[in-house]
Design a protein. Structure first.
Length: 353
């Protein structure tokens, strides 16, 4: 464990503790709020360090008793316990000292697109959208549709929706990639197993401070959105198409009847995609220098297979197979998400060492 770095963090935490109690700082709401946020982020490290200091003090006390014949056996037992505790606390502090992804606490925009497999890919895309929404409902997250391009059989060619809540991106960022399904499609009459693919992209919602989109770099077109007809057919040009000229990124939104609401939603998606575009370039440069990576790797990478005949879901990045596919498709994905998070932590610790 890097003691120098740890002591630097603790010194910063103690300085912040004094600053946020300073009346002059409290009077500056923006400054005080920022310092409180940093103080809260460092608090788990400070608390764990306090535990470590107590354990090391107890160890020194026990070692001092070794010279006393009457206390030696008890002291040896205490020394063993404290050494095990110190080792555990040091490992926990190593994890806490890892650089935190600044996007982890952000809301996310999830994009699901059918890949190889035609209608079956679209149907599985709808299943994945349902899976993530059920996960949100199970864990107290909020989701909101931005745009759904459905097929006649109930599949989705493309689905875009937002998910918000505590640490959403940190939980779901490992879901980006190609998801493969092996099953007998509803459209199959011979009972043959087909393989289809769906691409998932999980993008952190970009704030104005993260990405700036200039008016001169933006082209906005409006058009009449499609629909099934009847009384709800859209008779105004409320649908919006935004094009970011420097990157060529295009976003369409026609989910709302209000053009203004569609513009707001489209802008959120556009900012997220532009932020992700430039972030991905930096990530690829970093990945080239890394020995191992779980992360939010290449979107073209096949990350997971859903095998329905065997009731199995396998994540190929960490070699984990779970045999609870029905529950998994109903949003019970916590075990997989946690395994991916721990694998990423292990890889990063290995790099640091």
């Amino acid at each position: 464990m890097n003691r120098e770095k740890l002591e630097s963090v603790i010194a910063r935490y103690e300085k912040l503790s004094a600053e946020i109690a300073d009346p002059a700082v409290i009077a500056d709401t923006a400054l005080w709020s920022g310092l409180c946020k940093e103080h809260t982020a460092l608090a788990p490290i400070a608390e764990k360090y306090a535990e470590l200091s107590r354990a090391e003090s107890d160890l020194a006390g026990a070692e001092a008793l070794l010279s006393d014949p009457d206390m030696k056996e008890l002291a040896e037992e205490e020394i063993g316990e404290k050494k095990r505790l110190i080792g555990k606390l040091e490992e926990e502090l190593k994890i806490l000292l890892l650089p935190k992804d600044p996007d982890d606490d952000k809301n996310v925009i999830i994009e699901i697109r059918g890949g190889a497999g035609g209608e079956e890919a679209a149907l599985f895309g709808a299943d994945l959208m349902r899976m993530y929404k059920m996960y949100a409902d199970r864990t107290g997250l909020h989701w909101e549709d931005i745009g759904i391009n459905s097929t006649e059989l109930g599949g989705v060619k493309e689905a875009v929706f937002m998910m918000s809540g505590s640490g959403v991106y940190g939980r779901l960022k490992y879901e980006s990639g190609v998801h493969r399904v092996q099953r007998v499609p509803e459209t199959e009459t011979q009972g043959r197993i087909h393989t289809s693919t769906v691409t998932v992209a999980v993008l952190p919602e970009a704030e104005d401070v993260n990405v700036e989109i200039l008016d001169k770099d933006l082209r906005i077109d409006t058009y009449r959105s499609g629909g099934a007809g009847g009384q709800h057919i859209n008779k105004t040009d409320s649908a919006v198409r935004m094009t970011h000229i420097p990157t060529g990124i295009v976003v369409c939104c026609e989910d709302e009847r209000s053009q203004m609401k569609n513009r707001d939603k489209a802008m959120k998606v556009l900012k997220a995609r532009v932020y992700d575009y430039y972030n991905s370039i930096a990530e690829k440069e970093l990945a080239g220098r890394r020995r191992s990576q779980i992360g939010t790797g290449d979107r073209s990478e096949r990350i997971r297979t859903y095998n329905f005949p065997q009731g199995r879901v396998t994540d190929h990045r960490i070699g984990l197979s779970l045999y609870n596919l029905t529950d998994f498709m109903n949003g019970d994905i916590d075990e997989m998400l946690e395994a991916l998070r721990l694998a990423d932590i292990t890889a990063r610790l290995s790099e640091n060492e």
